[in-house]
Ligand binder design. Structure first.
Ligand SMILES: *Cc1c(COP(=O)(O)O)cnc(C)c1O
Length: 393
C-alpha cells in the first residue's frame, strides 16, 4: 500500500475533486498538465535555481544540542524558518508561479487567512511581474494589518470578502468565483495540501524538497538517510507533507503530526481536526473536517493563525485513518511554552505554528539514540505581539 495519491486523485478514502461544474475546465487543465510540466528539465532547472538563489535553499538541518540534552534524545531542526519570507510556504508559491507561466497564465489569484500565504504569493508575483489579486476576509484584513501592508508593498491588490463570517472561507468563495469568471488567463495558487485534485499532490511535490534535503543531510551527519521520527505541525498540512514525503512508504520512519488543540480538544475552542473531524467535503476535496451534526463547518480556534483551519489535507486524513502517522494535540499554552523554551535553549524564535511541533517533546518520550527531525516551519517575527501578550513581555 502506498500513502501517496493514486491515479484517481485519492489518498485511500480521501481526496478527489468535488467542484462546481463551472470550475471543471480550469482544474482539468491543471490535472492534465501538472506532472508533465514538473518533469520538464527546464522546469526543474528553473525551480531549483530559484529555490537556491532566491529562497536560500538548502535550508540547514541543524543539530539542536541543548534541546537534545534537555529531552535526552537526538534532535535535528529542519530550518524552514531561514527561507526568504520566513517559512516553507515560499517553496510552493515558487513552484506554482512557474507552473502558471508554463500554462500561459498572466494573472494570479489567491486567498489568505492570516496573510502568510498571501505574502508568499505576492512575493513570487512581484518576482515574475504577474498581476496578483489576494482575497481576504474583511475581519482578517483588520486583524492582520502588517501582512496586508506587505502584500500592498509587493504590488498585490487585496480584495476584502464581506460575506458570511468575513474570514478565510468567505475569501475562498470569492477566489473560486473569480476563477470561474476568468478561466483562461488566471491561475489560482492554493497555499497548502488542500483543495481539489491535483492541488494536494502538486503542493506536496513542491514541498517535498524538504524531505529530499533531509535525506542527504542526515546521510552526511549520521551516516543514514532515515531518521527514527519526523515531527511537523499540521494546519492544512503542507510543511508536514513536505517533511514526510520521501519517507511515506518507509515504515521504519515514524511520522508525528502536531495539531492545534487551542484551549483544549473538548473546549469548543480548538483546531484539532483529525481528533474532532468527521468525513466531509471542504474546498473541493473529501477529507476530515470539523463540523456540526448537520454538516455545518465549525469555526476553528488556535492561538496560531496558520493552524486555524477547520480541515486537514486528504493525505493527512489518510495518514490518520490508517494510523501511518501519530497525531498529537497541542494546546495554546503548551505550544507557547515550548516556543519560549527554544528561544532560551537554542537562540531561535520559532513561529507559533512550529512551536506546536516542538511541544510534542513534552508529551512523548524518545530514546537517547533516537534521531528525531522537527520541521521548524517558520520564524517567530510575525508572532512577536502574540508572544508579548502571552508572556507579558
Ligand atoms: C501556514 C503555516 C503553517 C501551516 O500550514 P501547513 O500547510 O500545515 O504547513 C505552519 N507553519 C507556518 C510557519 C506557517 O506559516
Amino acid at each position: 500500500m502506498s500513502y501517496n495519491v493514486d491515479s484517481q486523485g485519492y489518498y485511500g478514502d480521501f481526496g478527489g475533486a468535488f467542484i462546481p461544474e463551472m470550475l471543471y475546465p480550469n482544474v482539468e487543465e491543471l490535472r492534465l498538465n501538472y506532472l508533465k510540466v514538473m518533469a520538464e528539465p527546464s522546469f526543474q532547472a528553473a525551480f531549483n535555481a530559484l529555490l537556491k538563489d532566491y529562497v536560500g535553499r538548502p535550508s540547514p538541518l541543524y543539530f539542536a544540542k541543548r534541546l537534545s540534552e534537555k529531552y535526552n534524545t537526538k534532535i535535528y531542526l529542519k530550518r524552514e524558518d531561514l527561507n526568504h519570507t520566513g517559512a516553507h510556504k515560499i517553496n510552493n508559491t515558487i513552484g506554482q508561479i512557474l507552473m502558471a507561466q508554463r500554462l500561459g497564465k498572466t494573472r494570479i489569484i489567491a486567498e489568505t487567512g492570516a496573510g502568510q500565504h498571501g505574502v508568499a504569493t505576492a512575493t513570487v508575483c512581484a518576482l515574475m511581474g504577474l498581476e496578483c489579486i489576494v482575497y481576504m476576509g474583511a475581519i482578517d484584513i483588520k486583524r492582520q494589518a502588517p501582512n496586508v501592508a506587505r502584500m500592498k508593498m509587493l504590488g498585490a491588490t487585496v480584495v476584502p470578502a464581506n460575506s458570511g463570517s468575513k474570514t478565510l472561507k468567505d475569501a475562498t468563495n470569492e477566489a473560486i468565483r473569480d476563477w470561474i469568471n476568468n478561466p483562461v488567463n488566471t491561475h489560482y495558487i492554493i497555499g497548502s495540501v488542500v483543495g481539489p485534485h491535483p492541488y494536494p499532490d502538486m503542493v506536496a511535490r513542491f514541498q517535498a524538497v524538504i524531505s529530499e534535503e533531509i535525506q542527504w543531510q542526515l546521510q552526511d551527519k549520521e551516516g543514514r538517510k532515515e531518521p527514527d521520527y519526523i515531527i511537523a505541525c499540521v494546519g492544512g498540512g503542507s510543511n508536514a507533507a513536505g517533511a514526510f514525503y520521501h519517507y511515506l512508504d518507509s515504515p521504519s520512519v515514524q511520522l508525528i503530526a502536531a495539531e492545534a488543540a487551542g484551549l483544549g480538544i473538548d473546549s469548543g475552542e480548538s483546531a484539532a481536526t483529525s481528533f474532532l473531524g468527521k468525513e466531509g467535503i471542504i474546498h473541493g476535496s473529501k477529507t476530515l473536517l470539523m463540523q456540526t451534526s448537520d454538516g455545518q463547518i465549525t469555526e476553528p480556534y488556535s492561538i496560531s493563525a496558520g493552524l486555524d483551519y477547520p480541515g486537514v489535507g486528504p493525505m493527512h486524513a489518510n495518514l490518520y485513518k490508517t494510523k501511518r502517522a501519530e497525531f498529537v494535540a497541542i494546546t495554546d499554552d503548551q505550544a507557547m511554552a515550548s516556543g519560549l523554551e527554544l528561544c532560551k535553549l537554542e537562540g531561535i524564535i520559532p513561529a507559533i505554528e512550529s512551536s506546536h511541533a516542538l511541544a510534542v517533546f513534552k508529551q512523548k518520550t524518545f530514546k537517547p539514540d533516537d534521531i528525531v527531525v522537527v520541521s521548524l516551519s517558520g520564524r517567530g517575527d510575525k508572532d512577536l505581539e502574540t508572544y508579548m501578550r502571552h508572556f507579558e513581555l
